[in-house]
Design a protein around this ligand. Structure first.
Ligand SMILES: Cc1cc2nc3c(=O)[nH]c(=O)nc-3n(C[C@H](O)[C@H](O)[C@H](O)COP(=O)(O)OP(=O)(O)OC[C@H]3O[C@@H](n4cnc5c(N)ncnc54)[C@H](O)[C@@H]3O)c2cc1C
Length: 295
């Protein structure tokens, strides 16, 4: 199928893009890599009279250290994020989840900002942003503001950005201690959105006790989730003595909107989620204990 007709706009600056979006109102939509929006238009699941293409705006591209955080421009492609050495050093979880984001053709066009703004509950970057307490930078005719990841994801494909706001960049905090990071997810075919998955970041103190832990879940609700009870339950314990199955089970407690669909029931997803969390936990703790285990 083909999309319904629309007018195509390619502003030269982000300020122009924002004023155009404000002027055209709800008939307009931002177009980044087009890897989620264009299929929706083509299948006629969405209709917009105007598309505002931000994919070539230089201000939205780039990866740089800003204090103890790594800033990534919203328009940076998923392929660039996945292949960048600064990302690998500072935010290894982003590097490790990237191969799970669709296929390389999609990652060559799809953008970090598009993925986060699209807010798919099974998306890898939204889950990493939530897990690491990233900060979203947005721009509107009213100026710039920041939104904490914990306040950003509002529902299925829904964020707390206003309709006239554009995501310009995301800042990811770095974990500098004895840390380990891992992702595990299950999808029926490589490149599909995960049925359920888990990303784990863990930090150990000098006595190998857990001093910090963050667990993010994907595909297990209408938004990405944090397994806060499971995170709190391991603080102060020796990492190697936490039973992976136990933390997997704990991570599934309190999830009240796990979807049931053709891919599987809520109960099945929870079982997969528990297994993925157990595996990610094991790998993350191993890495924190003995040093980097992934390239
Ligand atoms: C076959 C297939 C498999 C896929 N599998 C996965 C997967 O496993 N995991 C995964 O995470 N993703 C997957 N994707 C989606 C892919 O990651 C997309 O690239 C991403 O979700 C959207 O990024 P984009 O730059 O293409 O955004 P677009 O498609 O251009 O836009 C998506 C939405 O975000 C809005 N938007 C985009 N950029 C901004 C911005 N800067 N500010 C405000 N709003 C903005 C748009 O208006 C639109 O509503 C898959 C896609 C396909 C086609």
């Amino acid at each position: 199928m083909k999309p319904a007709p629309f007018a195509y706009h390619r502003p030269g600056t982000i300020e122009e893009a924002v004023s155009l979006l404000a002027e055209l109102g709800e008939e307009a939509k931002i177009l980044a890599g087009g890897q989620s929006l264009v299929p929706m238009l083509s299948m006629r699941l969405a209709f917009f009279d105007h598309l505002i293409d931000i994919s070539r705006l230089g201000e939205l591209q780039g990866i740089e250290h800003r204090g103890d955080q790594l800033w990534i421009g919203a328009g940076t492609t998923e392929a660039k994020v996945g292949g960048d050495d600064r990302v690998r050093e500072a935010v290894p979880l982003l590097t490790r989840v990237t191969p799970y984001v669709g296929h390389f053709q999609i990652r060559n066009r799809g953008t970090l900002g598009g993925s986060i703004a699209h807010a798919d509950a099974a998306g890898e970057y939204p889950a990493v942003a939530l897990t690491l307490d990233a900060v979203m930078e947005v721009l509107s005719p009213r100026g710039r503001r920041e939104i904490a990841a914990a306040d950003f994801f509002a529902g299925l494909w829904e964020t707390t950005m206003e309709p006239d706001e554009v995501l310009t960049g995301v800042r990811f905090p770095q974990w500098n201690g004895r840390s380990g990071f891992a992702v595990h997810e299950f999808a029926r075919r490589h490149g599909d959105y995960a049925i359920a998955g888990s990303v784990v970041a863990v930090e150990l103190d000098d006595n190998d006790r857990v001093s910090r832990c963050a667990i993010g879940l994907l595909g297990l609700g209408s938004t990405p989730k944090r397994a806060t009870a499971a995170e709190e339950s391991v603080i102060g314990k020796p990492g190697s003595e936490v039973a992976p199955e136990e933390i997997g089970r704990a991570a599934m407690t309190g999830l009240d909107d796990i979807p049931t669909d053709l891919q599987g029931s809520a109960g099945y997803r929870a079982r997969v989620g528990a297994a993925m969390t157990a595996r990610a936990w094991t790998h993350a703790v191993n890495e924190a204990t003995v040093g980097a285990i992934y390239a």
